[in-house]
Design a binder for this molecule. Structure first.
Ligand code: BDP
Length: 327
């Protein structure tokens, strides 16, 4: 073969093998969310998918399954750990029993404001807690906002912990949430988000707690029309990827996925802020009895024992102290 032809052949082979050699295979990512299409978390993931599409010319394709199509958050997380789902967007609360460091965010009245929370999540503490997921089979990609959670119920206006005594309150599948509600003198009932509407309607539970957008989107207001702005906890959402799947992806593609996730955060936050206002207004218009101007001190006092209990763990104590000291 004449020399130039050999060069051409070699060039052709390189061009063929190049994409594979550089980790350029097409990658399909299945992502799940229990919230419905249009909810800020789902739209945040859509922004991530678009970014991946742009950055790779369509080579990394992320498909989103909203509306709990792939199960409730506990099922989703389990499936993500063994690789049945690639990415899950959940509250960080159901991860508390998987990675204890995440429990710090479930402690009541920890963050002083949205700004304080965002600074912590965007900084080294946020990164540390995400990294603590990895030994448990999950790669923490980024946080999304979930605002502040407040109590709502089907019976009466709640203004103080005393009003809650004896009520059955649905909580997320997290020990910290169970303990939080128990310290108020109520009966905590852990269950998946998807069961809450019916349980309230049937009277199997009396109350639940959530942010304005979830209260609105889930239509829980129809069956629990007393919403008390207790804002007792700001527990963020998280985007986690299956470590099993992650390890099959090249370092370059891992970096692209991480970057696209992080870049979707400000998009999600803009949508979130607008959605909180819109949902609050929609709820007032729908006739929800909003109990505002609540004195939070009695709630803080009642929940204080939770700090003694959980901060016995030195890792959690360190995290909580650093969060409190953060600007
Ligand atoms: C919503 C979160 C969702 C949780 C839900 C819940 O967006 O991830 O599953 O609360 O209370 O605010 O379970």
């Amino acid at each position: 073969m004449p020399y130039p032809a050999r060069i051409l052949l070699l060039g052709g082979l390189l061009a063929l093998s190049g994409p594979l050699a550089l980790g350029q295979e097409t990658i399909r990512i299945r992502a799940a969310d229990i919230q419905d299409a249009g909810y800020p978390t789902v739209r945040g993931m859509e922004a991530m998918a678009e970014q991946l599409d742009r950055a790779t010319g369509g080579r990394i394709r992320m498909k989103i399954y909203p509306g709990a199509q792939l199960g409730d958050e506990r099922d989703m997380l389990e499936m993500t750990i063994f690789g049945g789902i690639d990415i899950s967007r959940t509250s960080i609360a159901p991860l508390n029993s998987i990675a204890p460091e995440t429990s710090v965010y479930s402690l009541p009245f920890l963050f002083r404001s949205t700004e304080h929370m965002r600074r912590v999540l965007d900084g080294p503490i946020g990164d540390e807690v995400l990294a603590a997921l990895e030994p448990h089979g999950l790669i923490g990609l980024c946080y999304y906002d979930a605002g502040a959670r407040s109590l709502y119920n089907r019976m009466r206006p709640i203004r103080s912990p005393a009003d809650l005594v004896g009520m059955k309150v649905r909580v997320m599948n997290s020990e910290v949430f169970v303990d939080m509600i128990s310290t108020l003198g109520a009966n905590a009932t852990p269950m998946g988000f998807g069961q809450v509407y019916e349980s309230l309607a049937l009277g199997a539970i009396d109350a639940a707690e959530n942010n304005w957008p979830s209260y609105d989107a889930s239509r829980h207001f129809e069956v629990a029309p007393h919403y008390s702005v207790t804002q007792h906890v700001m527990v963020p959402e998280v985007l986690v990827m299956s470590r099993y799947r992650w390890r099959k992806i090249s370092a370059q593609d891992q970096a692209l996925i991480r970057r696209a996730a992080k870049e979707s955060v400000p998009v999600m936050r803009r949508l979130w802020d607008a959605r909180v206002k819109a949902s609050r207004n929609a709820m007032a218009e729908a006739g929800v009895a909003i109990v505002d101007n609540i004195d939070k001190q009695p709630f803080m006092d009642a929940m204080r024992p939770l700090y003694d209990q959980y901060l016995e763990d030195p890792a959690l104590k360190g995290l909580a102290e650093r969060i409190r000291a953060a600007p």
